[in-house]
Design a protein around this ligand. Structure first.
Ligand code: GDP
Ligand code: IMO
Ligand code: MG
Length: 423
């Protein structure tokens, strides 16, 4: 069977967790392939709200196996907290949650390095979630990292000590004041590692390929979004992993010819947390309304998300890079009540109108040109069928489909699992 992918097409927080949860009943395996606890994926069902950071969003379904792939970076401390939060569900983690031996470990000193790096940048900071993501991927590609499989070796603590010692020297290099108590951080880390070691570690690339050969259905769950991709995002204001479709191949050990459908998720407007360019960002009442109605606060850090109109130039770019075959539009309900809606359909770039995402998209290089739409006033949140959607919303969707050349197959009209309309 083919592996289907589910990816965010904007700057993250599109609603990936919700849709993975909705789709899990169709799959045997849900596999995360990149990122780490910088992600916050929200699931709401039966009146409960859960935020998952590293654990795949299929965890609540009885029959699905959840794989944390080699491309993911794992902080044992956060992982343990996630497990603790799930304790009341009595899930059988030993069989339902499998971790790749090749996934890299986030050490406490990676988090400190992240903080030191950000502090040293001052105003130019990335706006990192400070979970140690950048330093851990740097150690991975620099060939210095520690992996989950290392925890099975007798000398893993010595390896840990050597790497942590090196990090402390690097922190000094940054010449910033950083308050920390390493002893405390390490005690917490070692305790969490001992709990992590009770879980099942696997050679995940072998597991995945056997599963595919045996006809199992797999959904690969992306984290972050295409505009945060280390190559194709708004560099350097990006994360440190490949968030696009190619990342599923390297992050799971699955070959490109095994990829089937690519589900691309986007919000009906745009949000971004952290620093970096955002051509359609709003600083007015419309932006405030999106923020308030959409509860736009980060699921991991609680920071307010910046809000703006839908950017179809950026969306088309993401659709092309990922080879998206089906779109899912989230949070249409948040736009109810706007008299006029705008979508960006070209940019003014250095004095010329362009219809692609140029190299420099900072505000002084790029300004958006908008196409306007009449809004809808109906409350969408209790709608259950595509036939009942207001005609203005259907026109909005049709314009998007036509612009990017891919059909919108799911319209999400609220945060709950049930508030999902299939088309
Ligand atoms: P993820 O990181 O892509 O999984 O997304 P997040 O969980 O960080 O952010 C999405 C937020 O929007 C969460 O608070 C969800 O509960 C919420 N959400 C998801 N879909 C919808 C929707 O269709 N309408 C509304 N109003 N909220 C939604
Ligand atoms: P999910 O999976 C939104 C952003 C951070 C920062 C930049 C780099 O929930 O969509 P990092 O911690 O990776 O060094 O931060 O990327 N960022 C996210 N923004 N959703 C996420 O994940 C994000 N993960 C990282 O805010 O701007
Ligand atoms: Mg999120």
């Amino acid at each position: 069977m083919a592996v289907n992918l589910l990816l965010g097409l904007q700057w993250g927080d599109e609603g990936k967790g919700k849709i993975v949860d909705v789709l899990t009943s169709n799959y045997d395996i849900i596999a995360r392939f990149q990122g780490g606890p910088n992600a916050g994926h929200t699931l709401i069902f039966d009146g409960h709200k859960h935020v998952l950071h590293t654990i795949p969003s299929g965890i609540f379904h009885e029959n699905a196996v959840n794989v944390v792939g080699n491309g993911v970076v794992i902080d044992p401390v956060i992982f343990k907290k996630e497990l603790d939060n799930l304790a009341k569900f009595n899930l059988d983690f030993k069989t339902k949650l499998l971790i790749s031996r090749k996934a890299h470990l986030i050490l406490p000193t990676h988090r400190l390095l992240d903080a030191a790096s950000e502090a040293s940048k001052g105003k130019a900071k990335i706006g990192s979630t400070l979970k140690g993501i950048g330093p851990t991927y740097m150690d991975k590609t620099g060939r210095n990292g520690m992996r989950i499989g290392d925890l099975e070796l007798t000398d893993w603590k010595e390896r840990y000590e050597a790497l942590a010692k090196k990090h402390i020297k690097m922190i000094d290099f940054f010449d910033v004041k950083l308050e920390y108590n390493l002893e405390e951080l390490e005690a917490e880390f070692f305790q969490a590692v001992s709990e992590l070691k009770n879980l099942t570690f696997i050679d995940s690339e072998e597991y995945m390929n056997n599963a595919i050969k045996n006809g199992k259905t797999v959904l690969a769950e992306g984290a972050q979004g295409s505009l945060l991709d280390v190559d194709f995002g708004t560099y350097p204001f990006v994360t440190s992993s490949t968030t696009t479709a190619a990342g599923a191949c390297t992050g799971l050990g699955v070959a490109p010819n095994k990829i089937g459908e690519v589900f691309g998720i986007f919000k009906a407007y745009t949000t971004r947390v952290g620093s970096g360019p955002f051509p359609t960002e709003l600083f007015d009442e419309d932006g405030e309304t999106m923020s308030r109605v959409g509860h736009e606060f980060g699921a991991t850090t609680g920071r307010p998300r910046r809000c703006g109109w839908l950017d179809l130039i950026a969306l088309k770019y993401a659709v092309d890079i990922n080879g998206v075959t089906q779109l899912m539009m989230m949070k249409g309900d948040v736009l109810s009540g706007f008299d006029t809606l705008k979508v960006c359909t070209s940019y003014n770039y250095k004095g010329q109108e362009v219809d692609h995402l140029p190299y420099n998209i900072e505000a002084h290089n790029v300004s958006p040109n908008y196409t306007e739409f009449k809004g809808w006033s109906e409350d969408l949140t209790s709608m259950t069928s595509a036939d009942t959607l207001p005609k203005e919303l259907i026109e909005y969707i049709a314009f998007i489909e036509d612009f990017v050349g891919v059909p919108v197959k799911i319209v999400s009209v609220g945060p709950d699992r049930k508030q999902t309309i299939m088309r």
